[in-house]
Design a protein around this ligand. Sequence first.
Ligand SMILES: C[S@@+](CC[C@H](N)C(=O)[O-])C[C@H]1O[C@@H](n2cnc3c(N)ncnc32)[C@H](O)[C@@H]1O
Length: 273
Amino acid sequence: MRRNFVPWRAAGTTTELKRSADEVVRDTGWVFNNRTGSHLNLAEFVETGDHETLAYLTAFGLGDDNHSSQTLVEIGAGIGRMTASFTRLFGRVVACDLDAAFLERCRETVAQFGRPERLQTSPVADGRTIGLPDGVADLAFSYITLQHCHRDDALALTAEAVRVTRSGGHIALNYRTWTAGDAVLWPAGSVVRGLWRLPKVGPAIARNRTVARLGWQANRLSPAQVLATVGARLTDVKIVRSPKRRSFAIDGTADESFEGVHRSHWWLVATVR
Ligand SMILES: C[S@@+](CC[C@H](N)C(=O)[O-])C[C@H]1O[C@@H](n2cnc3c(N)ncnc32)[C@H](O)[C@@H]1O
C-alpha cells in the first residue's frame, strides 16, 4: 500500500466508527478543512463547501453553463463537503474517493443537504484509476486532493480526469506547489511519511492532527510538470494562482489570479480536446 494512503485510510476507518456524518465533523472535521474546529457541525461544514463550489466555478468561467443537464466527476470528495452543493447544481454527480467509508458518509451528507437521487459514488481503490468509462463527464473537479497523493498517482489521476471528460468538457484540478516554507515543511513531512510505514505506530501517528498535517502534503507539482503529462489533450488552458504569487509564465496558457486560491495552490482549468 502507498504510504500516502495511510492517513486517509485511518481517517476513513475513524469516519466509519462514528454514528453520523455530523459526529464525524465534530470529532474529525480537521481532516478535511484546516480552518474548521471540532465545534463545527455538518451543516456549517457543508456551508463552507456551498460557498467554495460557486466561487470556484464562477472564477474559472464555468458558472454560466446549464449544469442541470450535466455530469460532474469529483475526485477526492471526502464526506461530501462540496458534493452536496454540486448535486444541487449538476444533474448527475459522481463522487470518487480513495476510501469507501468516506463515500458512505458522503451519501449521508448529500441525503441531508443535497440531491441524493443525483449522486453516484465510485471508490478509487488503487488511488490512481477512476472506474468510469471515457467521456462521461462534462466537468472533472478536484480540490485539496491531488496534493495528498503520491506524485505518480496525482499525475495518473490527472490523466484519468481528462479521460473521463468528454471532448469539449472541462477540467478544474487543484494542485500544491513549492513555497518558501517548504524548506522546513518538506523534510519534516518526509520523516512523518516514513513513520507511517511502521506497524501499529504508523496508523496511530496518522490519527494525530498536528503530525498528520505535516505528512499528508505528499507532493509538489508545477504547471509545467502536469502539462507535460496531459497538455496535448487540452485546449484553452488557464493556470489560476493566488494574487500573492508570481505568474508561472507557461507559454500557450492564460495566467489568471483569484483571491480564493491559497498561496501554495494553483488550479489547472482547461477544455478537453
Ligand atoms: C482534504 S480531503 C478533501 C475533500 C474535499 N475535496 C473537500 O474539499 O472537502 C482529501 C480527500 O482526498 C482523498 N484522497 C486522498 N488520496 C486519494 C487518491 N489517491 N485517490 C482518491 N482520493 C484520494 C482522501 O481520502 C480525502 O477524502
